[in-house]
Design a binder for this molecule. Structure first.
Ligand code: AMP
Ligand code: ZN
Length: 666
C-alpha cells in the first residue's frame, strides 16, 4: 500500500471508531488500539505534509487560535420557535394550521427541546465546511474550528448524502461533564460555572480550539435544510441523517395525531430527569415537508412547528435561616436553610444564595415563603419570594459583617461578588481546607490520611498548617478517636512518602489562589524551583505563557507573606521536593491527553510515583479507582484481584509497565 492510501485508510478507520464511540455510544476497539492508530496517522501526516487534510481525525485535538470570529450570513435563516405552555395552546395551534391546510390528516414529529447553543453546519460533498452560531438568525459567528473538535459531529459523511446541505442542531454539555468541569474549578478555589447551557455556548466562543477539545461537549441534530433533498418528510430526513453519521436522538418520535403528541409530552415531562442532559420542553413539528412549505413562516418562526415548554418544577417552602459557609480560600457563601420539601424526586433542604448581591436582589427575609426551582442544575435555586405571605415583622436580611468561624471582619475585593474572611492563618475552615487540599490526590496524594482526620488533627491541636504534618508521630495520633495502631502507622508513613512527590504537585498543593494543576505545571517548568518563583516580580510572572494578572498578583502576595515563607522553610528542611528533578524533566508531551489511567501493583522499572508523573507529564490523568471513565490500567505485580476483575468487567485495557513505556515512545 502506498503512503497516501495508508493515510486514507487510517483516516477512514478512525472516523468510523469516533462514530461508534461518540454517536452510537458503542466502541468496537480499545482506546489503546485507537491511540496507536491515531499516533500512526499523526506520524505519517507529519512526514508527508503534502497530504494534509483539514478534515483529518488528527485535527480533532484542536490547536487553532481564533482571535475574532468571522460573521457569516446564513444561506437559510435560522428561525426561533413559538412557545406554548398548555395542551389547549397546542390544540389552538392545530386549529390554526388546519384552517390554512384544510382538513388533511396531520402527522407530527415530537422531539425533545435540547437546552444548549444552536448551530448550523454546512456539508459539501460529504465534508464539513462550516459551522455557524445562530447569531441574530440572519447571520452568526463562524465557529468551525471549535465545532470540529466535538467528536459527535462527523467531519466526513457516509452513505448517499446530498451534495450540499445545512444541518441544524444544538451543542450541549451533558450534566456529567458539566459537574466534572465544576469539580475541577472548585478544587482551585475558582467560581464554578452556573449552568450547562451557558457553558456550552461560551465554549463555542473560546479562542483556543484545543481548550474546546477538552470540554465534553455533544451535538444533537434535528433538522436538514437544502435544495433538492431527497425525502418528503421530516422524519425520513432524520432517519437519513442518522445513516450519514449524525447523532439524532432516538427519542424523536412520529405521532399520528395530537393525542399521541400529548402522550409523548406526558412521558417526557415525567422522565426528563433521567436524561443525561438538560431539556426544557418538547418541539412539535408537522411531518410532511410539502405541508411545511405551504404553512411557511411568520416574521420570527415557522408556522409548522411549536415548542411546548415544561413547567419548571417549582415549590413553595419557608426560609428558616441563612447560614454562611467559609471555603478554603476564605470565600463566604450564604446558604438558605429551608423547611424540607419534595421537589423533582428529591427532598430539598438547602439552596445556595450565592452572595450578598443575590440576597439583596431577592430581598429575602427569614420566615419568608420562597419559590424554589430545580432546573437542569443539581442544586436548587431560590427564584423569588411570595410577598403576600410576608408579615410586617419579618426583618430585612443584613449580610454578616464578620466571619462566622473566627469573627474577623469580612472584606470584599472590587469586582468580586463574594465577601471573604482575610484571616488566612487563623480561620479554622480555611486552615483545615488548606491542609485537606495539600493532602488531596492531585496534590501530595497522601495515603492513609483523609479529610475528616485532618479536621480531627486540627481540633486536637496537632497540626496548624501542612508543615506540621511532617512532625506527627504515631504516639501523638494514637489517642485520637477511632485511631488504631495500624492506621496511625499508615498515616505517618503516608506523610513521609509524600517527600517523593514532584515539585509541580507540591506547588499545586501549597494552595496558592488561582494556581491550579495546569498553572502549577507551567510555573514549575518555567522557574524550576521555589526560590525562583518566590523572587519573581509581577512583571516577570505575567511574561510566562498563560499567566495572567490575577494569578501573578496572587503568587506575589503568597510569597510576600512571612508565615508562608517560614512554612516553606520547614517543608524544605523536611526534604519536600521544591525543585524539578533533572531526570524526570525530560519527557513532556500531550500524547496521553484525555486519557485516564489507574496505576496498580508493584513495578520493576519505575516507582508508582514516577509512573503517575510520566502520565501527567504527557497530558494524561491518574484516577484512583477503576470506572467506566478509565482508559487504561497499568498493572504491576500483585495487582489486587478485585481490581483485575473490575477492569475486565468494564472492558478497560490492562497494560504492563512495558506497554506503557512503548506508548510514550510512539
Ligand atoms: P427559542 O430559543 O426559545 O426561540 O427556541 C428556539 C430554539 O430551540 C432553536 O433555535 C433551537 O436552538 C432550539 N431547539 C432545541 N431543540 C430543538 C429541536 N428539537 N428542534 C428545533 N429547535 C430546537
Ligand atoms: Zn474567618
Amino acid at each position: 500500500m502506498d503512503v497516501l492510501q495508508k493515510i486514507k485508510s487510517l483516516r477512514e478507520e478512525l472516523n468510523l471508531h469516533n462514530y461508534n464511540y461518540y454517536v452510537l455510544d458503542n466502541p468496537t476497539i480499545s482506546d489503546y488500539d485507537f491511540d496507536v492508530k491515531l499516533s500512526e496517522l499523526q506520524g505519517l501526516e507529519q512526514k508527508h505534509p503534502e497530504y494534509f487534510d483539514e478534515n483529518s481525525p488528527t485535527q480533532r485535538v484542536g490547536g487553532t487560535i481564533t482571535k475574532n470570529f468571522e460573521t457569516v450570513k446564513h444561506d437559510y435563516r435560522m428561525y426561533s420557535l413559538d412557545n406554548s405552555y398548555s395542551k389547549d395552546d397546542l390544540l389552538d395551534w392545530e386549529n390554526r394550521i388546519q384552517k390554512v391546510l384544510g382538513d388533511v390528516p396531520l402527522e407530527y414529529i415530537c422531539e425533545l427541546k435540547y437546552d444548549g447553543a444552536s448551530i448550523s453546519i454546512t456539508y459539501e460533498n460529504g465534508r464539513l465546511v462550516r459551522a455557524v452560531t445562530r447569531g441574530d438568525g440572519f447571520q452568526g459567528d463562524d465557529v468551525t474550528n471549535n465545532v470540529k473538535t466535538i467528536k459527535a459531529v462527523p467531519i466526513k459523511l457516509k452513505g448517499d448524502f446530498p451534495e450540499k446541505f445545512d444541518i441544524r442542531g444544538e451543542i450541549i454539555l451533558p450534566f456529567a461533564g458539566f459537574e466534572k468541569m465544576n469539580q475541577d474549578l472548585i478544587e482551585i478555589g475558582e467560581t464554578p460555572y452556573s449552568n450547562p447551557r451557558n457553558t456550552a455556548s461560551g465554549s463555542l466562543k473560546l479562542q483556543d480550539s484545543a481548550e474546546v477539545a477538552k470540554r465534553p461537549l455533544d451535538c444533537l441534530l434535528y433538522s436538514l435544510i437544502g435544495n433538492n433533498l431527497s425525502f418528503q418528510s421530516h422524519f425520513d430526513g432524520l432517519e437519513k441523517a442518522r445513516l450519514w453519521g449524525f447523532k439524532v436522538p432516538k427519542q424523536s418520535h412520529l405521532a399520528k395525531n395530537m393525542n399521541e403528541v400529548f402522550d409523548f409530552i406526558n412521558l417526557w415531562d415525567k422522565n426528563r430527569h433521567t436524561l443525561p442532559y438538560e431539556t426544557d420542553g418538547v418541539v412539535v413539528k408537522v411531518n410532511d415537508l410539502h405541508l411545511q412549505d405551504e404553512l411557511g413562516y411568520t416574521a420570527k418562526s415557522p408556522r409548522w412547528a411549536i415548542a411546548y415548554k415544561f413547567k419548571s418544577e417549582q415549590v413553595f417552602t419557608q426560609l428558616n435561616s441563612i447560614s454562611y459557609q467559609v471555603g478554603r480560600t476564605g470565600s463566604i457563601t450564604p446558604v438558605a436553610n429551608l423547611e424540607p420539601v419534595q421537589l423533582a424526586g428529591t427532598v430539598v433542604k438547602r439552596a445556595s444564595l450565592h452572595n450578598a448581591d443575590q440576597i439583596e436582589k431577592l430581598d429575602i427575609r427569614i420566615n419568608d415563603t420562597v419559590f424554589v426551582e430545580k432546573g437542569g442544575e443539581i442544586i436548587p435555586k431560590i427564584i423569588g419570594v411570595d410577598l403576600e405571605k410576608r408579615l410586617s415583622n419579618f426583618e430585612r436580611t443584613i449580610y454578616i459583617t464578620h466571619c462566622p468561624e473566627c469573627q474577623t471582619e469580612l472584606k470584599r475585593k472590587e469586582g468580586e461578588a463574594n465577601h471573604y474572611c482575610p484571616n488566612f492563618y487563623g480561620c479554622p475552615p480555611q486552615i483545615i481546607g488548606r491542609i485537606q487540599h495539600y493532602i488531596s490526590r492531585k496534590a501530595m496524594d497522601i495515603e492513609g490520611l483523609g479529610g475528616e482526620t485532618v479536621a480531627l488533627l486540627y481540633n486536637n491541636g496537632l497540626v496548624k498548617n501542612y508543615a506540621d504534618l511532617y512532625d506527627l508521630s504515631v504516639e501523638q495520633i494514637l489517642p485520637l478517636e477511632r485511631m488504631a495502631q495500624k492506621s496511625a502507622e499508615n498515616l505517618v508513613q503516608g506523610v513521609q512518602n509524600s517527600k517523593n512527590i514532584p515539585f509541580e504537585n507540591v506547588l499545586f498543593a501549597l494552595g496558592i489562589r488561582y494556581v491550579g494543576e495546569t498553572v502549577a505545571k507551567k510555573l514549575a517548568k518555567h522557574y524550576k524551583n521555589i526560590d525562583a518563583i518566590a523572587n519573581a516580580n509581577l512583571l516577570e510572572l505575567v511574561m510566562v505563557d498563560e499567566i495572567g494578572d490575577k494569578i501573578a498578583q496572587s503568587v506575589v502576595e503568597f510569597f510576600d507573606n512571612q508565615e508562608n515563607i517560614s512554612i516553606l522553610e520547614r517543608l524544605k528542611s523536611n526534604g519536600i521536593q521544591l525543585e524539578v528533578s533533572e531526570d524526570n524533566n525530560s519527557v513532556v508531551s500531550d500524547k496521553l491527553s484525555g486519557k485516564i489511567f489507574v496505576v496498580s501493583g508493584v513495578f520493576a522499572i519505575y516507582s508508582r510515583e514516577e509512573l503517575k508523573k510520566a502520565i501527567e507529564d504527557n497530558g494524561g490523568k491518574v484516577g484512583s479507582s477503576i470506572s467506566t471513565k478509565t482508559n487504561y490500567v497499568i498493572a504491576g505485580d500483585n495487582m489486587g484481584p478485585a481490581k483485575l476483575e473490575k477492569a475486565n468487567q468494564l472492558k478497560v485495557s490492562i497494560i504492563s509497565e512495558n506497554d506503557f513505556i512503548e506508548m510514550l515512545k510512539l
